[in-house]
Ligand binder design. Structure first.
Ligand SMILES: Nc1ncnc2c1ncn2[C@@H]1O[C@H](COP(=O)(O)OP(=O)(O)OP(=O)(O)O)[C@@H](O)[C@H]1O
Ligand SMILES: [Mg+2]
Length: 583
């Protein structure tokens, strides 16, 4: 029923995430067995009660039977409530561990993987698919087995009462199973899948449009957005109605089937009673057991549905877990202090087409290299290679003399930092935004850095009491402030190499002065690569590299290049960087 490979993976995942909960599983098994046993015993007492009452037994005896029945019914309810609780708990503990592992796995995958997928898709993998597994993990085996025992138990007990009744009930059960596990089972499944798809699409639509609120308002596209939303909702309603129709059909079929079953039980029971083969109590017993069959049949249908969903999810989860990062983590650590940078005949392409061609650049420790080049010339790409977001297609990148492929990713991340044009802010406190959730940095140091970088007044404005712990008001930062905040992050991590993809947008003169001063401080005692969009920035560089179409067309000390009237750099200085870069 389950494909072999999937079964193998199921067992694998089961062993890893559910087996540690084996004690809970054993208790769960006992609880389910108890609940089933009590369900079988209850009707026996009812029969005894009815038969004794008809025979005219004394009230005391009847009361004793009644009390025993109530106790058993209560016990059965308690056992099944505990079983439900325990089953859910095991399912969630196991799947939460799986969720955490999947999230961590995604975080370690390379940028190429993330560029190819939307965040929504990953959320669906990490949460949606795993949720589909929860029930399968905890209840599937126990429930199927338990209900099989209940079904067989009912049939055997009835057959022992009277073989003819046993045969009738077995035929009825076989018919019910064939009906509900056959044509009726899948009737609602497709509908629910469509409901989930439309829900995901609607949320995706809303998320994107809400993210672009500013643009939508300024372009007056609100009506268009509302129309789109109405269309999504109409589709949602349609698919939901279809799914609910399926559910209703199953429900109606259940009622009709079991009405027929009850009629059958009465007919067979009545016939056997008129022949004197059974008592009135036994007639009731047959009736009761027939109704009891609904539970296992319902459970089989649900579990089979769960299993289909789980198998599909397992496949996708497995695929994600099998995805390996294109970056293989190394062992070596990097030296402290300013790092020498060495690109040795580096070529690189995001796909088959190369974006960087045979780039060789050496930066001595502590020097500042300015990179100039038109848009699309490969500047950001070069920066990404320095931080090992990607490995070069050919050639070697070395930091502090160590091939990045041999260095541990942790070492690279702590010794080299990229300050990019867009500053990512988190819904967290200002402190956490500055330290990237590092608790080991003390407040005094953070405050000193914030002051030094020129954000002191801004910080004090955020809250009078404890501004570092005030929450970051996302969107409440100007472009200049965001840049300064990104610089503060760098100071707190104190890396030996900093790569600055300078903001190309214009800042107001006051902020600009702050930013310029902060950059000066930032570059002191560090090796730096500055992707320059302004001549003011190039001024502070020791060396200049000009890129065109992914090739180095000029590289040398800034002053020497500036003095040479034939150099590309001095030409850029003459016509102005902005014009040259934009042309
Ligand atoms: N993630 C990516 N996947 C595929 N191609 C990419 C990716 N990022 C950049 N490219 C391509 O690589 C080339 C170089 O891009 P890069 O971002 O390095 O340019 P840049 O010099 O930084 O430009 P800008 O000055 O506009 O920032 C471009 O042709 C671009 O289309
Ligand atoms: Mg760029």
């Amino acid at each position: 029923m389950i494909p072999l490979r999937a079964r193998h993976r199921y067992l694998d995942l089961f062993a890893r995430y559910v087996a540690p909960e084996w004690r809970g599983l054993v208790v769960l098994g006992i609880l389910i067995a108890a609940s089933i046993g009590l369900q079988l015993v209850g009707p026996q007492l009812l029969r005894q009660f009815i038969d004794s009452a008809i025979k005219g037994a004394d009230v005391d005896a009847l009361v004793r039977i009644a009390i025993l029945f109530v106790v058993i019914a209560l016990g059965q309810q308690v056992a099944s409530a505990l079983a439900t609780y325990l089953g859910e708990s095991i399912g969630w503990v196991g799947t939460n561990a799986l969720r955490a592992d999947l999230a961590l796995h995604c975080l370690t995958l390379d940028l190429g993987f993330h560029k190819a997928r939307t965040p929504g898709e990953l959320i669906e993998r990490i949460d949606g698919d795993v949720t589909a597994l929860a029930g399968f993990f905890s209840r599937f085996a126990v429930n199927v087995l338990g209900n099989l025992v209940l079904l067989i138990g009912v049939l055997v007990v009835v057959a022992l009462e009277d073989w003819r009744a046993g045969v009738a009930l077995t035929v009825f059960a076989a018919f019910g199973i064939a009906l509900f596990l056959g044509p009726l089972r899948t009737i609602a499944v497709g509908g629910w899948r469509r409901v989930r798809e439309t829900a995901a699409q609607t949320y995706g639509f809303l998320g994107e449009r809400l993210g672009g609120t500013e643009d939508i308002r300024s372009s007056g596209a609100e009506v268009h957005v509302l129309n789109g939303l109405a269309l999504h909702h109409r589709e949602w309603l349609r698919s939901r109605r279809q799914a609910m129709f399926g559910v209703g059909l199953i429900w109606a079929a259940t009622i009709v089937t079991f009405a027929v079953g009850n009629a059958l039980a009465f007919a067979v029971g009545g016939w056997l009673w008129t022949m004197g083969a059974i008592t009135v109590g036994t007639v009731y017993l047959l009736f009761y057991y027939t109704a009891l069959l609904r539970r296992p049949i319902d459970a089989f249908r649900r579990e089979l549905e769960d299993m289909q969903r789980a198998v599909a999810s397992l496949g996708r989860i497995d695929q994600l877990l099998q995805t390996r990062s294109a970056l293989v983590d190394g062992q070596q650590t990097l030296p402290d202090g300013p790092l020498a940078v060495d690109l040795d005949r580096v070529s690189f392409g995001y796909d088959a087409e190369l974006v960087l061609h045979d780039v060789s650049v050496r930066i001595r420790a502590g020097r500042v290299l300015g990179i100039l080049g038109r848009t699309g010339s490969g500047k950001t790409t070069l920066a990404r290679l320095l931080l090992r977001f990607y490995d070069p297609t050919t050639g070697v990148v070395r930091l502090g003399g160590i091939d990045l492929r041999d260095a541990s990713l942790d070492a690279v991340r702590s010794h080299a930092t990229l300050v990019s044009q867009d500053v990512q802010l988190f819904h967290a406190s200002i402190r956490e935004n500055l330290t990237f959730f590092d608790d080991s940095i003390d407040d005094a140091r953070i405050e000193a850095v914030v002051e030094r970088i020129g954000l002191g007044t801004w910080l004090r404005r955020q809250s009078a009491i404890d501004p570092l712990r005030a929450s970051m008001s996302a969107g409440g930062l100007s472009a200049g402030e965001a840049q300064l905040l990104a610089f503060a992050r760098v100071f707190l991590r104190d890396p030996g190499l900093i790569v600055l993809d300078e903001a190309s947008s214009r800042l107001d003169p006051v902020t600009e002065r702050h930013v310029e001063r902060a950059i000066d401080e930032l570059l002191a005692d560090r090796t730096a690569v500055v992707i320059a969009h302004r001549l003011a920035t190039v001024d502070r560089c020791d060396d200049i590299l000009v890129l065109a179409g992914g090739r180095v067309i000029e590289h040398g000390p800034r002053e020497q290049l500036a003095a040479d009237p034939r150099s590309r750099f001095s030409e850029l200085l003459r016509v102005g960087l902005e014009e040259a870069v934009a042309s």
